[in-house]
Design a protein around this ligand. Structure first.
Ligand code: NCD
Length: 318
């Protein structure tokens, strides 16, 4: 995949592998500016005249509406297609390449979510001239989610170097954590604890690649082994839709639950609590009122600003 090298203009965004540290810092600088300007309400025409197609072959609430709001709030328009596995010409046997080529005629940019790992790469290779943004390719990656998560962490601590965090839950099928690890591996002296059931461990190739880049990764299998000096906890849902059978899913679901008691025992006064959502029981609602719980507030808000920034940069408006 083509590297971003601090220049998003006209490029696909498919994997965190495309971004180095300088590109992430460049994006965050722009996002910080946009967040401030947008709050003053002075840049609502940034995407005027631009059309972004949202092609979602898999269920989505936040990512879909966040992209949709991001475009519209900046004066662009969207062509929106959800549940494409049931309602699009895919049902008639149309290839992904054909779908992309058709929508290119209506779009300056295409945002796509698809159940197959690698499908966004395939789709981007089929595109004649329209940039594509990966909104989740099966158990592969989810780059915009990882970038908004990283931005949120950086906003809280003013830095990323030297931080320590926890990724918990389904690290095998969770695409947000795959992109996140790749993102973290650009920063210095970071340590991540990986808490998952044995069956749902982070894929070895992702671990190895990140370690080679200097990220310190420690796999644990018990909540007792969470150290008390972490800056962030990032919880995830067990990805039910990726299991062969419901039985397999039932065996490993909700093995680790974020509760006020666990916070009391293992967090410190600085620890922030994150989740990409949706949650399905792995964070108790009692945690929501904790001022350090960011999953229903900062992460969602920053998702909007990061997506506004990415789209504007790719479309050369920022
Ligand atoms: C995530 C996803 O779709 O990968 N959701 C999201 O986009 N915020 C996480 C999940 O579905 O568990």
């Amino acid at each position: 995949m083509i590297k971003i090298e601090s220049n998003f203009s006209g490029k696909h965004l498919i994997s965190l592998d495309q971004l180095d540290r300088a590109s992430i810092e460049f994006l965050f600088e722009k996002a910080n500016w946009l967040k401030k300007e947008y709050q003053k309400s002075s840049i609502s025409k940034l995407l005027e005249g631009k059309t972004v197609s949202l092609l979602f072959f898999e269920p989505s609430s936040r990512t879909f509406s966040s992209f949709s709001a991001a475009v519209k709030k900046l004066g662009g328009v969207t062509v929106e297609f959800q549940n494409m596995m049931e309602t699009s010409s895919t049902v008639k046997g149309e290839t992904l390449a054909d779908t992309v080529n058709v929508f290119e005629n209506y779009s300056d940019l295409i945002v796509m979510r698809h159940p197959e790992v690698g499908s966004l790469k395939t789709a981007s290779q089929a595109s004649y001239s329209t940039p594509l943004v990966n909104a989740g390719d099966g158990a592969g990656e989810h780059p915009t989610q990882a970038l908004l998560d990283l931005f949120t962490i950086q906003e809280q601590f003013g830095k990323l170097d030297g931080l320590k965090g926890l990724l918990a839950g389904d690290l095998l099928f969770g695409r947000t954590v795959h992109s996140l690890i790749k993102a973290f591996s650009n920063f210095d002296n970071m340590t991540l604890y990986l808490l998952s059931p044995k069956e749902l461990r982070m894929p070895q190739e992702i671990i190895q690649e990140a370690q080679e880049k200097g990220l310190k990764l420690i796999e644990i299998e018990d909540e007792k082994d969470i150290p008390t000096d972490l800056h962030f906890w990032y919880w995830t849902r067990v990805q039910k839709e990726r299991f062969e059978s419901n039985e397999e899913y039932e065996k490993v679901k909700n093995k680790f639950i974020l509760t006020p008691k666990l916070i009391e025992e293992k967090a410190n006064s600085e620890t922030i609590f994150m989740h990409p959502l949706p949650r399905v029981g792995e964070i108790l609602p009692e945690v929501d009122k904790n001022p350090k719980a960011l999953y229903l507030k900062d992460q969602i808000k920053n998702g909007l600003y990061i997506r506004m920034t990415i789209i504007s940069l790719i479309l050369n408006r920022l």
